[in-house]
Design a protein around this ligand. Structure first.
Ligand SMILES: Nc1nc2c(c(=O)[nH]1)N[C@H]1C(S)=C(S)[C@@H](COP(=O)(O)O)O[C@H]1N2
Ligand SMILES: [Mo]
Length: 350
């Protein structure tokens, strides 16, 4: 839904967009709090990792997921390469395995939206295969093809990296059909559109070209900017269609004992230096506590304990800072991803 609303002013409505509308946004979000934290426990360290279960993880597919079997699946490495390859699933499974956390987000995700999730992935580096295929010097880009005819492109050097992996497991289980069974590729630092599911062909090309979503006006670099999102107020989950919260003064999650504000932050390459939280619509800012994920490609978790003095309406905001940039309050250009600050209205009851 959100994606379609964003796309309409950018391009004419095509079959693909209608399919995207039908297939996205249909995940069931639970009302369970994201963080099992209470205001009384606010001095405890944040969890090291927070993973979204597969059944709750957003799905963004422009068409029906293709039905592939592990036996029939093959990955072709072809085009401007000296030694074209054809890999099977056992080639992927027999290569050196790596497990790593990586946060996936859709570039069409609205500010503070729910098309973002973190998972533990398992797979193998693509680099040894690409080195074996020997890309020709005149090649400029890779076209990454999905079995659903989805395609996206990336500069040659951005895929020839040890941390670009061919992935076959998500949270300890084989990829589900919706998430790309049997194999997808993960390119750290880029929005989801650069991460084809059901990957069947990597084609080196000598003249640059744009992929499916990029032709519809979405950023071709699709690099993740510095941004934070509030995900929880006290024990209530906050998603983009729920930007208000109401708290009673007393009782288990009463505001007089303090209010937990918590969320996530992400950047394409740099660690999150600081997350600043405002409870007065941006007039004053306070530093949140945060964890230190092993790589910047996994979301940073943060929390702030607010001790309100007055009942009434308050506007909560969170803003992330890296060495490169400070998150802007308003979205600069949503075709580069919505990186503006989410504003949550909190009503503290009398
Ligand atoms: N083959 C294929 N890969 C794809 C897509 C697609 O439609 N087809 N959608 C992309 C988009 S726009 C996003 S945001 C991510 C979403 O991955 P997920 O559905 O596993 O969350 O997959 C990407 N890879
Ligand atoms: Mo996406």
């Amino acid at each position: 839904m959100k994606r379609r609303q964003l796309l309409q002013p950018l391009s004419s409505v095509t079959g693909g967009i209608i399919a995207a509308r039908l297939l996205s946004g249909c995940q069931t979000m639970t009302e369970e709090p994201l963080f099992a934290l209470h205001p009384q426990q606010l001095n405890q360290p944040l969890p090291e990792h927070l993973v979204i279960p597969v059944g709750e993880f957003y799905v963004q597919s422009y068409a029906q997921p293709p039905q592939l079997t592990g036996e029939q699946w093959q990955l072709e490495i072809t085009g401007a390469v000296q030694n074209p390859l054809r890999l099977t699933l056992s080639d992927i499974l027999q290569a050196a395995q790596e497990e790593f956390y990586l946060t996936l987000e859709c570039i069409g995700d609205a500010t503070g939206g729910d098309q973002i999730g973190n998972a533990l992935w398992r797979g193998t580096s693509v680099l040894p295969f690409l080195q074996e295929a020997r890309v020709q010097p005149e090649a400029v880009e890779w076209v990454l093809h999905g079995a659903d005819s989805y395609e996206t492109t990336l500069p040659i050097a951005d895929v020839l990296r040890p941390d670009v992996r061919l992935v076959h497991q998500m949270n300890g289980q084989p990829l589900t059909p919706a998430h790309g069974y049997p194999v997808r590729i993960l390119i750290p630092g880029r929005y989801g559109q650069k991460q084809p599911k059901w990957l069947v062909k990597m084609e080196a090309i000598t003249r640059s070209k744009q992929g499916y979503w990029e032709r519809q006006g979405w950023s071709n670099r699709a690099e993740i900017p510095t941004h934070a999102m509030t995900r929880q107020i006290q024990t209530q989950r906050v998603w983009n269609r729920q930007t208000t919260a109401s708290l009673k003064p007393s009782g288990e999650s009463g505001w007089r004992q303090g209010v937990l504000i918590a969320g996530i932050a992400l950047d394409r390459a740099l660690p999150i230096q600081t997350v600043m939280v405002s409870t007065d619509g941006g007039q004053t800012w306070h530093q949140a506590r945060q964890n230190q994920p092993p790589t910047p490609h996994e979301w940073t978790l943060w929390q702030y304990r607010w001790q309100p003095q007055q009942p009434g309406h308050h506007t909560i905001m969170a803003c992330a800072i890296t060495q490169r940039e400070t998150q802007p309050i308003e979205d600069p250009d949503r075709r580069d991803g919505s990186s503006g600050v989410l504003k949550i209205q909190v009503m503290l009851e009398r």
